[in-house]
Write a protein of this length. Structure first.
Length: 379
């Protein structure tokens, strides 16, 4: 796994520029929410630039596909084959994503109760009506139906990400067996969005899948020169031109996914851009990007509703995100607690997965054939 594996405070098994990309993604989202709750009108060049920050989540989607596929593709490139361990994958995903998310849910439940006890209105990203135990339970189960009142508007991406984990082993296998079939699946998912079968999962699936392609390009050390950077600029321009000018709502637009894909490839292929994204000041933010994402939006809105200026509000959101990382996320990405939970969940999945008729693991690539033993020749 590529995300947040640390020992004694030092990151290991990481690609530095990927942490920088995570930092860019979360800072874009923070800028978007800061502008959204500042009272700024959504029209105008500055507002348009800030509204584009919402598409930091698109970059996160591409990076998710990249990071999840990288270890398997790296082994495949090195050895000619690799085993994808479904039980291990599921255990790592549960331990990495769920505990901080549940603690964020608990944090905002307590936050809401304290504000209501003080007769203070909840910030805009939180539900203004009663929050029922059923709402909390549905969010904990990663359910996102229209009837669910999200405790934090930013939580909408968590169920999408969680459902992606069920699809990922399949599309990774398809990529290694038939890139043409892989492209057909991505195209089919994109086409669904233009039909009555449209839903958020169909629309974002190509973004996740493009991350697998980006990881393959990185692993195979394919050099594309200046083309990815040029494509990123053209796609960003197209995305801005086609972006709605009405409000602060996140808009689904495939050009943002394509621009994010090109940006990730450009970051891996350009020594200068990779070095810039690998700066310590960015990678530190990248380490805490998940925690910052989980908590920043309601806090930024609350601070600005209390009269604080946007920069101060953004700083508060990021600072609390770092504190949340230290308390609620870091214990689950390093140390004994992580190892114990991984072991327990992996054992559980090893027992459970075969019971539902699924393979615990599968082969990626071609298993090397054993060489016959030499035959002694007696003369």
């Amino acid at each position: 796994m590529l995300m947040a594996e640390m020992r004694n405070g030092s990151p290991r098994h990481r690609i530095a520029y990927v942490d920088g990309l995570r930092a860019v993604a979360v800072l874009l989202v923070v800028a978007f929410h800061t502008a959204k709750y500042s009272g700024m009108a959504p029209e105008g060049p500055v507002a348009t630039l800030l509204r584009a920050g919402s598409h930091g989540v698109d970059l996160f989607f591409v990076l998710s596909g990249f990071c999840l596929s990288y270890p398997t593709l790296a082994r495949l490139q090195r050895d000619g084959f690799a085993t994808f361990d479904v039980a291990r994958f599921a255990a790592h995903r549960i331990v990495r994503i769920v505990p901080p998310y549940y603690l964020a849910i608990a944090f905002f439940v307590v936050f809401a109760l304290l504000l209501r006890a003080a007769h203070v209105a909840l910030p805009a990203p939180m539900p203004q009506g009663a929050i029922s135990p059923a709402d909390v339970a549905m969010q904990a189960l990663f359910l996102d139906g229209p009837q669910v009142k999200m405790l934090n508007g930013s939580f909408w991406t968590l169920p999408v990400e969680f459902r992606w984990y069920f699809v990922f082993p399949i599309v990774l296998w398809v990529w290694t067996k038939s890139p043409k079939a892989f492209a057909l699946i991505a195209a089919g998912a994109a086409m669904l969005f233009a039909t009555r079968g449209a839903n958020v999962d169909a629309f974002v699936l190509p973004a996740f899948m493009s991350g697998i392609v980006a990881a393959a390009i990185h692993v195979r050390q394919i050099r594309l020169g200046w083309w990815p950077a040029a494509a990123c600029i053209v796609l960003l321009g197209t995305a801005f031109v086609t972006m709605p000018q009405t409000d602060w709502t996140y808009d689904f637009n495939p050009f943002w996914y394509l621009a994010s894909f090109a940006f990730v490839i450009a970051a891996g292929g350009s020594a200068g851009l990779s070095a810039l994204l690998s700066l310590r000041s960015l990678t530190i933010v990248g380490f805490a990007s998940y925690s910052i994402y989980l908590v920043h939006e309601p806090l930024i809105a609350f601070a600005q509703e209390r009269g604080l200026n946007p920069l101060t509000a953004a700083a508060i959101g990021i600072a609390v995100g770092f504190a949340f990382w230290a308390v609620a996320e870091r214990p689950f990405v390093e140390g004994r607690l992580r190892k114990r939970l991984l072991s327990e969940f992996e054992d559980a999945f090893v027992r459970w997965i075969p019971r539902v008729g699924l393979p615990r693991s599968y082969l990626v690539g071609s298993q090397p054939q054993p060489q016959p033993a030499p035959v002694a020749v007696v003369s």
